[in-house]
Design a protein around this ligand. Sequence first.
Ligand SMILES: *Cc1c(COP(=O)(O)O)cnc(C)c1O
Length: 445
Amino acid sequence: MSASELSAASAPLAILGGPAVCSAPWPKWPDAGGRSRDSLLEVLESSRWAVSGPWTGRPPLDMEFATRFAAFVGARWCVPVDHGSSALLAALTALDVGPGDEVIVPGLTWVACASAVLRAGGIPILVDIDPNTLCLSPAAVEAAITPRTAAILAVHLYSAMAEMDELSRIAAAAGVPILEDAAQAHGALWRGRGAGSLGAIGTFSMQQGKVLTSGEGGAAVTSDAGLRDRLERLRGDGRRYTASAQRVIGRQDLEEVGGLQGWNMHLSEFQAALLLEGLEQLPEQNARRAQAAQFLDGEFDGLEGVATIRPYPGNTHRTYYHYVLRIEPDAWAGRSIDVACEAVSAELGVWIHPPYQPLNVHPLFQPQRHPFARLPGWTAKLDPRRFELPEAHRQADRAMLFHHSMLLGDERHLAAIVESVAKVQRYAHLLPIHTSNHDQHRHGH
Ligand SMILES: *Cc1c(COP(=O)(O)O)cnc(C)c1O
């Protein structure tokens, strides 16, 4: 639709009571496709519901998923866990991050990245981002390295990977490992290598909104035999799978190894069943999302006041947790990102929202109120307000996120995304400057 047709046909905006751009329903997420219903029933009747259940003569689905997911990522091993947050905690602990150790964390990411560091006893060091990818700025990481740095947590955010060449160089020079959080990047590639396989350990979330999901769930992957062994015991209260020759039907399938302090972070067999089915669909869905995103990039690159993500050249295959637009307030009559998102949501009939609030002001990140803050000198060290994150704040005030399930829509859905953004921009001057709740973001994952 041309701009002149829009002005005649589409004013006023849906949020102001006008007709919406899109009334078609959006693709459902998650969508129980393939054999997932049958697989769940098979688990139900199998009398093996948990990793800690008895050996039935058949490898548990947890193990089958681990094998398949490691191959998908291109790592030697995968250790499935109950949440992405648990994967981070197990990974940090496996890497020997402990009390007082500093871990570099991007200032713009889900709160679990920083709170996992705190749970491991570490001090989250919040570092600013690169505006083109919304991922860690390598220069800012380099400037934040100290003799107490114990790890760099590289997060691949929304639809772009962090600059893994530069980060690997900086990490090697400092003699610290990279922990890759690929919770939003299942299947992305860096110079042909899978996201999650480039650091010492890679972690994933299979929470409801993620591109591979069992409602709740997670995994850690590694190609280091020692780390794999630690991860397996950490997630299993110090236990690991019994060597296959020693398995006895009806007996617990775990041997008590100990040697470190673990917790129960096992995934259930129901979840593993869903993940095995989801993994079957993932490559085709990732390809469809990438194709849709390419179409949207082409459309939006011509629209003034709107910029798309500019991935690093090394990010040879992108995946999409959210499709991201960055809008220039000047070209949108100075309206806040919350107002713009609400107006686009009304046009599309689906929730469009800004990114996370930066972690130095995020209401869910309160390390200075954690019991560790009672340790001498820790309150000041843990206070996130001591970090300056100007670029994270700039981008948090600009970015507009479209959930990956929207990219699984048809041509009409994609055209509606383009049209709704153009329409809201054109009539932005009709909108209030701020939302009624003073732009208090509530962005979830
Ligand atoms: C979702 C997510 C997590 C946490 O995963 P849960 O499964 O919700 O615990 C961690 N890091 C990132 C980047 C995420 O998107």
